[in-house]
Design a protein around this ligand. Structure first.
Ligand code: SF4
Ligand code: MG
Length: 325
């Protein structure tokens, strides 16, 4: 199968200044994404997992060129995206769409859902007649299970799950080759989560769209992902085909994430993280030297503080960044 996306040694660094700092104080670098590489094939689903603050959303936005890239490459269908202006990006943006964590906040409250789903069509296919647009909007909404007689309603009239379906319809209407899903189910009730995930899987079967599916919980990405990538403090810890990763986790961080017993209550999620990895996530402004995971790693050795492990191929497309594995 064709590789549609190639990300190479991607770095996204933000300048962070202490609040109230004097103008001559140099800002510090927050390395939100620090050298991430991966490939994505047509129709494939890559799950990206890690705790809050580990760089998942920033990585997604960097692929879409929504945040400035410090260094590295994002090659989309053979074209380098890094350094492209908004105008040149528009052509590619129609093929790579995004859905977000908070469905209501990501939909314009003053627009009807018909207008919301029509918007990307107006941007990317301005030559379509209004009849053609209406037909496409209806079809997209129908595909996600929203009845056409609801076209003139507003987002606040729908539930969180329905609004996420509307967000999916908006992404789908331009017939993209990739949809980046940034924690699309984290804000939804557990009972609704599976429905949205199943919908995405069905749509993928029908359209062949590739997905990047971001979550903070490994169990959420398990069924939808062909491969899973585990991120920690802007670095890739492990990547493997989904079944292989769950059956045979190699990185101590992945092991810790997998040994988490899923507690089906979003309010308990935080408590679970703390129990599991009992030390706090270090500040990305001041990441540990050597292996970024070493301050929480149960098997760290002295050299973990001085040498950064490289992501190495362990066979069967299983890549691990750890000196001891
Ligand atoms: Fe732990 Fe060292 Fe491996 Fe990092 S390199 S995960 S600190 S053993
Ligand atoms: Mg995020």
């Amino acid at each position: 199968t064709e590789t549609i996306l190639r990300v190479e040694d991607l770095k996204v660094w933000f300048d962070v200044k202490k609040q109230g700092a004097m103008p001559w104080v140099k800002p510090r670098k927050l390395k939100a994404v620090d050298g991430v590489s991966f490939e994505l094939k047509a129709g494939e689903t890559l799950g990206i997992v890690g705790e809050s603050g580990c760089g998942k959303s920033t990585l997604a936005r960097a692929v879409m060129q929504m945040v400035p890239v410090e260094d590295g490459h994002v090659v989309w269908l053979g074209d380098e995206l890094v350094g492209l202006g908004t105008r040149e990006m528009r052509r590619h943006r129609k093929e790579m769409q995004m859905i977000f964590q908070d469905p209501l906040a990501s939909l314009n409250p003053r627009m009807t859902i018909g207008q919301i789903v029509a918007e990307p069509l107006k941007t990317h296919f301005p030559h379509l007649s209004s009849e053609e647009m209406k037909a496409k909007v209806r079809e997209a909404l129908e595909t996600v299970g929203i009845l056409p007689n609801m076209l003139n309603r507003y987002p606040h009239e729908f539930s969180g799950g329905q609004n996420q379906r509307i967000g999916i319809a908006r992404a789908l209407v331009v017939n993209p080759r990739l949809i980046i899903c940034d924690e699309p189910v984290s804000a939804l009730d557990v009972s609704i989560q599976a429905q949205v995930i199943n919908l995405l899987m069905d749509l993928q079967k029908e359209t062949g769209v590739a997905l990047i599916f971001i979550a903070h919980d490994l169990s959420v990405v398990k069924h939808i992902s062909d491969r899973v990538m585990v991120l920690y403090l802007g670095n890739v810890m492990e990547v493997a085909p989904s079944a292989e990763l769950y059956a045979n986790p190699q990185h101590p961080y992945t092991e810790a994430l997998i040994s988490a017993v899923p507690i089906p209550d979003p309010k308990l999620e935080k408590a679970k993280e703390v129990m599991l990895l009992d030390l706090d996530l270090p500040s990305p402004l001041n990441p540990p030297s050597g292996c970024v995971f070493r301050t929480r790693c149960p098997i760290a050795e002295p050299r973990c503080a001085s040498e950064k492990p490289v992501l190495a191929d362990k066979g069967a497309a299983h890549m691990v960044a750890c000196h001891l594995r």
